[in-house]
Design a protein around this ligand. Structure first.
Ligand SMILES: Nc1ncnc2c1ncn2[C@@H]1O[C@H](COP(=O)(O)OP(=O)(O)O)[C@@H](O)[C@H]1O
Ligand SMILES: [Mg+2]
Length: 255
């Protein structure tokens, strides 16, 4: 019995002459941590961009249950319950930690960011509710004491946690993380692993692009492997780890 949350069907993306994705199909089960791995240039970030409305695919599509995501604008996809982080750190550095997380809250807030900005009647209670929610989120990731610090002043590991918290603040069904452990120390990576595991226990589904294989192997339920835009393997971490095509793809990258 598996409950599918996200379906990627025959997804293709060309950039001029470059075929970044070709015929990629897989499903992410609700409640899983699902990894997307592969050498640099394999098409992982492109798959995220197609799924979150950054650009349209050249073929196929991505569905969140019965909703076709591909073709929708990013804010609409966010409202359906998909939150993501970017490979290159993008928290707004001049804003405080709390303000960053509030932006995430507003993505799902009942009255939306615009009414918050223009202070329509009835938004004060909503503002307070969102502030409390944001602070609660920051406590979960041990960042509450930095609520009023500008993000640009924090070390990289904490900046990444701010970005992750901002994504979580939108209260998504699906969290898509693009290399969240890049640049983190071993201890920070282990902490991230524990956080993601506890989020899964709370019912969140996570699609994770990650190069840190020990993190992937220790927390993921299933793994999809891309190479040159094609899916070359899919299975449990143990299955893909011993797959000859996967080993060859990674050895090829090192060579
Ligand atoms: N916006 C873009 N315009 C042109 N080419 C792109 C763009 N995004 C990605 N590519 C190309 O698509 C391929 C896959 O890139 P990417 O999805 O970033 O790989 P990965 O995230 O697996 O390292 C690469 O050849 C890359 O140069
Ligand atoms: Mg990438």
């Amino acid at each position: 019995m598996s409950d599918v949350l996200l379906s990627v069907r025959n997804l293709g993306k060309d950039f001029g002459g470059v075929r970044a994705l070709s015929g990629v199909s897989f499903e992410v089960r609700a409640g899983d941590i699902h990894a997307l791995i592969g050498p640099n240039g394999a098409g992982k970030t492109t798959l995220f961009n197609c799924a979150t409305g950054v650009f349209p695919p050249s073929a196929g599509g991505v569905w969140l249950r019965e909703h076709r995501l591909t073709g929708l604008p990013p804010h609409h996809i966010a409202r359906l319950g998909v939150a993501r982080t970017a490979q290159n750190l993008r928290p707004w550095r001049d804003m405080t930690v709390l303000e960053n997380v509030l932006v995430g809250c507003h993505l799902r807030g009942r009255r939306g960011l615009l009414s918050g900005m223009f202070r329509f009647p009835g938004t004060c209670a909503e503002e307070k509710r969102l502030r409390d929610l944001a602070l609660q989120r920051l406590e979960q990731v041990h960042l509450a004491e930095y609520a009023d610090v500008r993000v640009g002043e924090l070390p990289l590991g904490q900046q990444r946690m701010v970005e992750l918290t901002r994504a979580l603040a939108a209260d998504p069904h699906l969290l898509m993380l693009d290399e969240p452990a890049a640049g983190l120390h071993t201890r920070e990576t282990q902490e991230l692993g524990r956080l993601l595991t506890s989020l899964r226990e709370q019912g969140l589904t996570i699609l994770l692009i990650e190069h840190d294989m020990s993190l992937v192997m220790s927390i993921c339920d299933r793994v999809v492997v891309l190479d040159h835009g094609e899916m070359i393997a899919e299975g449990t971490p143990r299955e893909v780890q011993s797959d000859r095509r996967v080993v060859a793809a990674y050895l090829g990258e090192q060579a």
